[in-house]
Design a protein around this ligand. Structure first.
Ligand SMILES: *Cc1c(COP(=O)(O)O)cnc(C)c1O
Length: 284
């Protein structure tokens, strides 16, 4: 679904802002995560693996999506979680477990070692387990995200957008979009962590495209952090546009677009596409 935001601010600046609702792909595993998982799962099945394992923290939308997808497609899932303590306080982990994911808790060090081990050998042939790195941050993940701009719903309009905005965690989604956008389109990644500049090198190492740029000042004091002005903004999106956003990624990206519009960052007639990457289950 493609949603035009009817905002006085955008009318005044003579710009259009459209939201691509990847969150609407599926109620339980909608968002960018299913695209990052797609080719990993395909490879798992080609290798006769019916168990899929992956890595994440206690707020991992990636593990939540993998668990939900696994449940609806009769696949077993294992989540290696970098966390010690009472996981029942974390709705994302509780939801993943409810969807049949077997959770295993690792210390930082164990997590690092376990991830390192699977980079070169993702398949446990003996136990038929396919292992995906945290966040699906691989070339297969990027390949899945390349399909975002190729979605049917964008067929007529994709080349008309002057700007594309996407929230950034690892930058897999941004890289997929950069690889498939036209050279005239400017892609802006809104980083969710505090020192987002550090992601520049990593993203340069996974895409050769130069049509993108990170905006690192919209993290609201860090990953998952929230303040009253962001809460008010999320309420405004809900009330004014019937647009639900998550508190980690999509709210901050949309906030950036409104803030930049206020500051006359855009030119008259610009058309902006904002990618709603999902994550709504994390709001619980
Ligand atoms: C994981 C996630 C992202 C970040 O995606 P990357 O490809 O890691 O940059 C953005 N938005 C939401 C809602 C997510 O869950």
């Amino acid at each position: 679904m493609l949603q035009l935001l009817n905002s006085e601010l955008f009318a005044e600046k003579n710009i259009e802002v459209w939201v691509l609702r990847l969150d609407k792909i599926h109620a339980d595993y909608g968002g960018n995560k299913i695209l990052k998982l797609k080719y990993h799962i395909e490879e798992a099945l080609q290798n006769d693996c019916k168990t899929i394992a992956s890595f994440g923290g206690p707020y991992s939308n990636h593990l939540a999506a993998l668990a939900a997808y696994g449940k609806s497609h009769q696949l077993k899932t294992i989540g290696y979680v970098r966390f010690q303590g009472d996981y029942k306080k974390y709705p994302t982990l509780v939801a993943a477990e409810k969807n049949g994911m077997q959770l295993q808790f690792l210390t930082n060090n164990e997590f690092k070692i376990a991830q390192q081990k699977i980079i070169n050998q993702p398949i446990d042939l003996q136990n038929k387990i396919y292992c995906i790195p945290a966040g699906g941050h691989t070339q297969l993940g990027i390949k899945g995200c390349k399909e975002i701009l190729a979605l049917d719903i964008l067929k007529k309009s994709r080349d008309n957008f002057t700007h594309i905005f996407v929230p950034v965690g690892y930058g897999t989604t941004l890289a997929g979009i950069a690889n498939s956008a036209s050279t005239a389109q400017k892609i802006f990644g809104i980083t969710a962590i505090k020192n987002g500049e550090e992601l520049n090198e990593e993203i340069k190492s996974i895409t050769t495209k130069k049509n993108w740029q990170l905006l690192t000042n919209y993290h609201f004091d860090g990953f998952g952090k929230i303040n009253q002005s962001l809460i008010d903004f999320m309420t405004k999106c809900k009330v004014d546009f019937d647009l639900e956003t998550d508190r980690v990624y999509t709210s901050k990206m949309l906030f950036a677009i409104f803030d930049l519009a206020t500051k006359n960052f855009f030119n008259s007639n610009d058309k902006i596409l904002a990618i709603h990457t999902g994550g709504l289950q994390g709001n619980n």
